[in-house]
Design a protein around this ligand. Structure first.
Ligand SMILES: *[C@@H]1O[C@H](CO)[C@@H](O)[C@H](O)[C@H]1NC(C)=O
Length: 462
């Protein structure tokens, strides 16, 4: 059996499960949103609505979008402002202009940024630096060149004045100083190309090239930023996991998995007109955020469990796989003492949810049942290609080997306020090749899945 009922779950139980208010309240709030069109009023109205209702509002919009068809989502978004809550980004509501264009709020949709924010580090200065460097990218992409230059100035200022505050958090201060120096020297050519892009005529080839070069340099800098932040993880750090789950594989840290998906009969992947023989995706699997789920996944990848398996669902909402041939719905193996085995001997794993700000994940229950509905999780489902662990609708502890890639990075699903966060764990993101997911279809085959980095972080039960 495949877990085909995820979207039904979303439709059926969303309103019922947000029990703190009557659906009528939402309905009223909603019609008043529709009625007050001048954007500022909408913003005021939303801000005055209780947070739980906000969650339900975006949930309802999502459910409605799912009910109609993925293709209609854009239309739905136009009428429906979303509500941001990711504290890493501005908590403001969409600006009038953004809402008018339907592009929504500053939901952080960048998987690499989300992974940085998910790192178990505490250093305010490096988070400020991260924000300025990521802002450069956002502003370059939308051709706000002078804003990007301002962000650059800010980043340089932080490196110049806060170096010792940052290196104080590092396992090895010297390594961090070197990374900072190297980031700082990369800011020079970046400033050069940004300034050039300002001077060239808007829309010219030279401007395009200057912006492309800026984009590439920014990317180089942000990769160094990741290395810098990783240096701030305390030596020997492990996300705490209760000993109940000692008999399940766990991932202590992160791992990289590369997967190749092929179509049968030599068909090609068509990504906006460009043809590819195979879909190659690189995924970061995060054992800091979801040690048991990630450990289980990496273990199965190592065992070759997913190799030659077909894609079992692709409906514009998720791409899903992990259901082996035969009777079993998951991986048949030694069951854990905690959550046991499935009907056909599947090794089951507990639902694992890590709310932001907590020391570690809680297990075996959803965020609502934990009484914390609407809270943000360490890794949110806000990115295209976010990887979630599948399970049966009404039992949190029925996950085994099936997982899904979430296909849309919607402005309707801000962190902690959508219908997946806290109900399914995010255990990784596609960081390269996520565009292929657009053309991964049912029946395509996982030709290979390999752990290319971080295999040493997998801890098998003793
Ligand atoms: C650059 O873009 C980000 C995100 O849109 C924004 O928050 C930031 O303020 C911008 N930078 C400047 C200097 O306006």
């Amino acid at each position: 059996m495949r877990f085909h009922n995820l979207s039904l779950f979303l439709l059926g139980s969303q309103i019922a499960s947000t029990s703190a208010f009557a659906p009528q309240t939402v309905q009223n709030a909603r019609s008043s949103l529709y009625a007050t069109n001048p954007q500022q009023n909408v913003v005021d109205t939303i801000e005055s609505i209780d947070a739980t209702v906000k969650g339900a509002l975006s949930g309802m919009a999502l459910a409605a979008a799912l009910w109609t068809a993925p293709a209609l989502m854009a239309g739905t978004m136009d009428q429906f402002p979303s509500v941001a809550s990711n504290d890493a980004f501005s908590t403001s509501i969409a600006s009038a202009k953004e809402m008018a264009s339907g592009s929504g709020t500053r939901v952080n949709k960048d998987p690499e940024s989300l992974l940085r924010y998910g790192l178990p580090i505490k250093n305010k200065e490096v988070r400020d630096l991260q924000k300025s460097i990521e802002d450069i990218k956002i502003n370059v992409s939308s051709k706000r060149k002078s804003a990007a230059l301002d962000d650059l100035k800010k980043a340089r200022g932080i490196i110049n004045t806060k170096e010792s505050k940052m290196t104080a958090s590092c396992r090895d201060a010297k390594v961090c100083s070197d990374i900072l120096a190297s980031m700082k020297s990369d800011l020079e050519p970046l400033e050069g190309t940004l300034r050039a892009s300002v001077d060239y005529q808007s829309g010219s080839d030279q401007e395009r090239k200057a912006l492309d070069d800026s984009y590439l340099t920014q990317d180089k800098i942000q990769k160094k930023l990741t290395t810098l932040e990783e240096q701030m993880i305390p030596a020997g750090y492990q996300t705490p996991v209760p000993s109940d789950y000692d008999d399940l594989p766990q991932l202590k840290g992160r791992a990289t998995v590369e997967m190749v998906v092929k179509k049968t009969g030599g068909e090609k992947f068509d990504i906006e007109g460009q043809l590819f023989n195979e879909a190659k995706m690189k995924m970061i699997i995060d054992g800091y955020a979801a040690p048991v789920t990630s450990g289980n996944f990496v273990d199965l990848v190592q065992k070759g469990f997913y190799t030659d398996m077909d894609i079992q669902r692709s409906d514009g909402f998720v791409v899903q796989t992990g259901d082996p041939k035969g009777e079993a719905d998951g991986y048949v193996g030694t069951p854990s003492k905690s959550v046991g085995a499935g009907k056909h001997g599947e090794r089951l794993i507990p639902l694992e949810i890590f709310p932001k700000g907590d020391k570690g994940p809680f297990y075996e229950t959803t965020i609502e049942d934990e009484g914390r509905g609407g809270e943000a999780t360490v890794l949110p489902f806000s990115s295209y290609g976010a990887m979630g662990w599948a399970r049966e609708e009404y039992d949190p502890n029925t996950g085994s080997s099936q997982f899904f890639w979430l296909l849309f990075d919607s402005d309707l699903t801000p962190a902690g306020k959508n219908v997946l966060d806290g109900r399914y764990p995010v255990f990784g993101y596609v960081v390269e090749g996520a565009d292929f997911l657009r053309d991964v279809k049912e029946g395509d085959i996982i030709a290979s899945a390999k752990v290319t980095e971080g295999a040493e972080n997998l801890v098998q039960p003793k």
